[in-house]
Design a protein around this ligand. Structure first.
Ligand code: 13P
Length: 249
């Protein structure tokens, strides 16, 4: 049985005042029936780790460098994230692939480094609107999946998030059939590559305009093991009902 996962990606949002939202979320979910992960900006990981100690909310970063240390101005290593209190890291988000020109090969190297450090990697994949129109979405997802995921991955250290770029922050969501098609495909690919034991234990998240209003429908889709939530993870008021929808399953 895969444990459901509600993950929040705060992106470049959140000052120390935002710790109050995390605290409110922790108080609202003292014994959650699902895993909860919050990925705030890196500046908040250490204070959040302190504020949330004893809670059931895990913290993660939003990116890391593939090296442990060195002359990489502005970058953070997986070891540093872990040292600050992170247990996970999001890698290959489309905003990094697009705006920082990250390739799947780089994502794989980063993921390998993070997994070696004991972090859970949340590897993001997704097609653009143009790719969905002009090509075969499953080819795009298949290529990103095989190139971005390291061979060392297991059900514990790998989570894959399907985030169609056109659905992120747009209020537009794919149909349940479209989400289901991609998730079934990713599951089959993972089983083929890693064997059915590992392939079936990797959690698959959907991300892109998830909110309380559409959570039930999305979580009812086979092979959707949770969500990677952007905007609606920023406040306890918005994120709590999504967590509750996942807990109902
Ligand atoms: P939104 O939930 O704001 O659409 O963002 C999704 C996302 O990119 C999470 O990583």
């Amino acid at each position: 049985m895969r444990r459901k996962l509600a993950a929040g990606n705060w992106k470049m949002n959140g000052l120390r005042a935002g710790l109050a939202e995390m605290d409110a979320l922790a108080k609202a979910h003292p014994a959650p029936a699902v895993d909860i992960l919050l990925c705030p900006p890196a500046t908040l990981i250490a204070p959040a780790a302190q504020a949330l100690s004893g809670s059931r909310i895990a913290l993660g970063g939003q990116d890391c460098h593939q090296e442990t240390s060195g002359a990489y101005t502005g970058d953070l290593s997986a070891q540093m994230l872990k040292d600050a209190g992170a247990r996970a890291v999001i890698l290959g988000h489309s905003e990094r692939r697009e705006k920082h020109r990250e390739t799947s090969e780089e994502v794989r190297l980063k993921a390998r480094a993070a997994q070696a450090e004991g972090l859970m990697t949340v590897i993001c994949l997704g097609e653009s609107a143009f790719q969905r129109e002009a090509t075969n979405t499953l080819d795009i997802i298949g290529a990103q999946l095989s190139l971005s995921v390291p061979d060392e991955s297991t059900g514990e250290n790998l989570v894959v998030a399907y985030e169609p770029i056109w659905a992120i922050g747009s209020g537009q969501t794919p149909t349940p059939e479209q989400i289901g098609e991609v998730h079934t495909f990713m599951r089959a690919r993972l089983e083929r590559r890693f064997g059915s034991g590992v392939g079936r234990s990797v959690r698959l998240l959907y991300g892109g305009s998830v909110k309380a209003e559409n959570a039930d429908e999305i979580f009812g889709i086979p092979d959707v093991d949770g969500a990677l939530v952007g905007g609606a993870s920023l406040t306890a008021q918005d994120f709590s009902p999504i967590i509750e929808a996942l807990e109902k399953l």
